[in-house]
Write a protein that binds this ligand. Structure first.
Ligand code: SF4
Ligand code: SF4
Length: 477
């Protein structure tokens, strides 16, 4: 493990990498040709365009955060970047938000237009300045909103970071990973570019796994079944890297005697628009999900374990898609609580004897208010639960930030500041860290490997499936 501290100017001055953009242009990528994903054009007046877009994207929420900061410094102690690099003022939330605040003051707020020197108003001069802005908003903030919770003025720095990311996305001034995921999302309807064929094949494969485990060839994963109690939606990571989680969920639904289905399209409950700040992409992905539920006349949407997906599908997506919230949605955690509470499934906690702590996903806990539900389940499915401190809505980010893992260029800094989370995990002495988010699984796994912690990451569904008591007739002979 290297103790070398990153030189922050190396991060801020990372160049704009255009390889993927050039490739997409050469290949006539539909999303690029149709203008859904923007590529960088050095011949355009990008500074002027950014200022114009900023004027049009202001809302009550963003303006109150732009004008509300009194620079008290209280937010510094809440940010894992600032805590891991206490002598670096550029890591404080206020500094990061100031990058867009200064521009707002210079061009929109009357004080900065008349007395720019007085209120530290500033303007980007050229595309190099915009590129530096890109590195700050994408590379030095995970959008975790811990600073928001600790600001006495109610300033939401993460909202300002997202606003700035969205402006830069419109100019094609984005990290390569963000460009690729945006493009894949538009072209395939899911953020990992999973084809329809691969999705269906994975479900069929998991269907066979459950059939074998239950010794029940009649078990089916119902695809596009109409009039069910719920439509189950997943994170593309489950299809691509962790299909076991789908089998676990399906097995539990089956044992509970549930009426459910999975859509053939509109199944991605995650939404990269939340991360990249692209509201149009956010609306497109969210609408796919809501329309699928409507098409299948599902009574509700159930969202698999993902903080980012829960926040975007249950809360933000309706606004981006300008969609009437007429179909209820819930996290699979709520579904599991119902099953256990009503005795529809039986669980045996002794099957999970290892010490377990719980990591609250920022988007589930801080932005989604799901803090007690995972603990309620854990109390019933394991024997040695240990709380991590701080926890619930005060918990530290896994450093994955709902999409940060797509940007490899910022990984060294991300891993350096992950020390705050690593220390928090280590202090529990637990062998397993449970989270209810696929993105957090990757963020935590990265830092566990780097800081050589003796623990593994699991999710609630893994533990529920392990604790599930299967009646004898269904158990494999
Ligand atoms: S805590 Fe709030 S008001 Fe104080 S510096 Fe941070 S953002 Fe500004
Ligand atoms: S949102 Fe999180 S990572 Fe970003 S500045 Fe605030 S505390 Fe730091």
């Amino acid at each position: 493990m290297s103790d070398k501290t990153i030189n922050i100017s190396d991060v801020v001055n990372l160049p704009l990498d255009l390889k993927e953009q050039k490739k997409a242009l050469e290949q006539k990528s539909p999303a690029v040709v149709e203008g859904k994903v923007k590529v960088y054009d050095p011949n355009k007046d990008n500074v002027k365009n950014l200022l114009e877009m900023l004027k049009n994207k202001l809302s009550r929420q963003t303006v109150s955060s732009l004008v509300g900061c009194v620079h008290c410094g209280m937010c510094s102690e809440s940010c894992h970047y600032a805590l891991a690099r206490p002598h670096d003022p550029t890591m404080t939330p206020a500094y990061k938000a100031d990058q867009i605040r200064q521009i707002f003051k210079r061009y929109i707020d009357w004080t900065g237009r008349i007395f720019p020197w007085w209120v530290h108003a500033k303007t980007p001069k050229n595309d190099e300045d915009l590129n530096r802005l890109k590195n700050i908003v994408f590379g030095t903030c995970s959008g975790c909103r811990r600073c928001t919770l600790n600001c006495p003025m109610g300033v939401d720095t993460a909202v300002l970071v997202r606003l700035t990311r969205g402006l830069l996305t419109e100019l094609g001034i984005v990290p390569e990973g963000v460009f690729v995921v945006d493009k894949d999302s538009w072209e395939t309807g899911n953020q990992m570019g999973v084809s329809q064929e691969d999705y269906i094949e994975t479900l069929e494969w998991q269907e066979e796994e459950v059939q074998a485990e239950l010794d029940d060839p009649s078990f089916k994963i119902p695809i596009d079944k109409e009039d069910c109690d719920f439509m189950y939606t997943v994170n593309p990571r489950e299809i691509k890297y962790d299909p076991r989680s789908i089998a676990y969920a399906c097995k539990v639904f089956h044992m509970a005697g549930e009426s459910w289905t999975m859509p053939s399209f509109g199944w991605d409950q995650t939404n990269f628009g939340l991360f990249s700040g692209d509201d149009k992409l956010g609306g497109y992905i969210a609408k796919n999900l809501y329309e699928a539920a409507k098409r299948l006349r599902a009574k509700r949407i159930v969202i698999s374990e993902c903080g980012h997906g829960y926040r975007s599908s249950r809360w933000e997506g309706y606004n981006w898609a300008k969609y009437k919230q007429d179909i209820p949605s819930e996290s699979v955690l709520i579904t599991l609580i119902r099953y256990i509470n009503q005795g529809l499934i039986k669980v045996d906690p002794s099957r999970n004897p290892l010490s377990i702590t719980y990591h609250d996903s920022c988007n589930l806990a801080r932005s989604g208010d799901l803090t007690e539900e995972p603990r309620w389940i854990l109390e019933r499915i394991c024997t040695d639960f240990r709380e991590m401190y701080p926890n619930r809505s005060d918990n530290f980010c896994c450093t994955g930030g709902g999409g940060a893992l797509s940007m490899v260029e910022y990984k060294p800094l991300r891993i350096e500041v992950a020390k705050v989370k690593a220390d928090q995990l280590k202090a529990t002495g637990a062998k397993l860290v449970c989270t209810s988010c696929h993105n957090c699984v990757d963020g935590l796994s990265d830092l566990i490997k780097h800081y050589k912690l003796d623990m593994q990451v699991v999710q609630i569904l893994d533990l529920v499936a392990e604790a599930l008591v299967i009646p004898e007739k269904n158990e494999k002979k």
